[in-house]
Design a protein. Sequence first.
Length: 278
Amino acid sequence: MVSDPAAESGESGESRRARQAGGRPRQRMANRLHAGVLALVLLSTAAAHAAEIKVAVSANFAAPLRKIGVDFEKDSGHRIVASVGSTGMFYAQIKAGAPFDALLAADDETPARLEKEGAGVAGSRFTYAIGKLVLWSRTPGFVDDRGEVLRTKAFSHLALADPRLAPYGAASLQVLKALGLLETLQPRFVTAANNTQAYQFVASGNAELGFLALSQVYQDGRITEGSGWIVPQEFYSPLRQDAVLLARARGKPAAEALLKYLRGDKARAIIRSYGYGL
């Protein structure tokens, strides 16, 4: 004969069922608590691996970097915090100790100089894009496909980025010199701090014409608004745009991951869509 412990203890079947039913909610609560703790651990681990990368980016590349940044964050969890300006300005800031992790310059000379001076990580430098120059107006049909408008009196102001700070500004002077128009047009110059400001001068109508980075007015194979002359490469030195990892980010996985990502197929497709060469 098999004895019933509950019976021997004097516990009724009804009491036993109530005791067992009461234990189930407590078990469910414990399970939920365990799952919540596990989720917090997983989130904390992900946060520990995600990071912000502080990038100094030349104004001409601001729009492509924003688009690349969306994909980069989805793919890596890291977030780009970009400061936009002229390459010359960034050089001075970096030398003064500005806390940037990487520089995306509008030339190849500045990253090389930073690398040589120890402010850039040796061996990290590479060309991420080759820029193109455009003469642009917000008015459709105003700029012809050979830039002959520059030889007319149809405009009073010509915007360009400061040649002392911005490689695209220096390239603009090369074009005008090659065309024999530098001295004639110099009185009409409206000098901007960078390419973004040069675009604003023309887009607002404060200057009828401006030399800009093609990427500022180009998307998916065409100039998106107004009219423009894509300046032939023969008129200016190639605008090789180099990236470099800065010394403060040496050994920082997120910053290294971004530079690697810029060389990948997904980023390169976006770069091409803005009119850059590679």
